[in-house]
Design a protein around this ligand. Structure first.
Ligand code: 13P
Ligand code: SF4
Length: 306
């Protein structure tokens, strides 16, 4: 079947199923182009919580589809591929969070959404890259256990007065960007404004003009007179930035900024997902309700626009 025909079939099945397609900014271009809603982790969580459609096809990685199911338990949430985990989320288990809580009984657990439902269930509140500092400052405790991303944890600890105990996880895509690479990109594009994701190493963050979530980068570029940007995040975002801002130019901060699992979902998978109801996310009610409390607490925080 040609990709044109697959897109036509997806539209047909979407209508038949009363479904909506949510996709993360790192998805392949062909998926971004058919999504009903594209966004960063926070925007996607919000959309999932408010979404009227009964079936959500979630094009992203597993923790994102799980968050949608946690927030919308009565809906069918379909992840078009089974094998799309997030290696960062896999750096910590619920058991390890319990051990941290035992070691630091006064601390509140702030858990980056890039984590399993079980880890969220052990946490007091979740955060995303766009609201991590607000959440850390907003919770009552003066001591914070921050899991699982060490770079986001370090970034937050630059600005908060609280004591932050940081788990040693990292995202291989962002951690791979080296300061020397970014220096080279800056030399090649001296007029460019540098936007990086807070999952980057501290020394990369030090070289950036702004540290933003993926939606934050989109908002920044849209409202800017600047003609050139160096982007320190996964390449899928550069596709969206370039498509939506054809008059501006976007350069990657480093080579190989590809999240392999984000790139596994193709048009055929989305069609099969709608036709065969695959792969439906299920979470035990006990875990789901506790994880929902942590996610819902996060959604109560106001998010800055950039
Ligand atoms: P955003 O929430 O900024 O889109 O980031 C999600 C993610 O997985 C970063 O690697
Ligand atoms: Fe996980 Fe990194 Fe991929 Fe984001 S880019 S989904 S943190 S592996």
């Amino acid at each position: 079947m040609s990709s044109h025909e697959i897109v036509r079939q997806i539209a047909h099945w979407k209508e038949k199923r009363g479904a909506v397609i949510l996709a993360h900014n790192y998805q392949p271009g062909e998926i971004q182009d058919i999504a009903d809603f594209l966004g960063d982790s926070l925007a996607l969580s919000r959309q999932a919580a408010e979404e009227p459609a009964q079936v959500i096809v979630f094009c992203g990685v597993r923790f994102m589809a799980e968050s949608a199911k946690i927030l919308s338990p009565d809906k069918t949430v379909l992840l078009p591929r089974r094998d799309v985990g997030c290696p960062l989320a896999d750096t910590i288990t619920a058991d390890q969070v319990r051990q941290l809580k035992e070691a630091h009984p006064q601390a509140a657990v702030v858990c980056y959404v890039n984590s399993s439902a079980e880890v969220k269930a052990e946490s007091d509140v979740c955060c995303t890259s766009s609201n991590a500092l607000q959440v850390v400052d907003g919770v009552e405790a003066q001591e914070i256990i921050f899991v699982p991303d060490k770079n986001l944890g370090h970034y937050v600890s630059r600005f908060t007065k609280k004591k932050v105990i940081i788990w040693d996880g990292f995202c291989y895509v962002h951690h791979r960007i080296r300061a020397e690479e970014l220096q080279r990109a800056k030399k090649a594009h001296p007029q460019a404004v540098v936007l990086v994701h807070p999952e980057c190493r501290p020394e990369v963050i030090d070289l950036a003009d702004h540290v933003l979530s993926t939606d934050g980068m989109l908002r920044f570029a849209q409202g800017s007179e600047v003609g050139e940007f160096i982007i320190g995040t996964e390449v899928g975002l550069i596709y969206r930035l370039q498509k939506e801002n054809p008059g501006q130019r976007f350069f990657a901060a480093g080579n190989a900024m590809v999240c392999v699992n984000m790139k596994k979902i193709h048009l055929e998978d989305v069609l099969l997902s709608l036709q065969r109801d695959q792969f439906s996310i299920t979470i035990s009610e006990e875990i789901r309700t506790r994880a929902q409390a942590a996610l819902s607490r996060m959604l109560q925080y106001v998010t800055p626009q950039v």
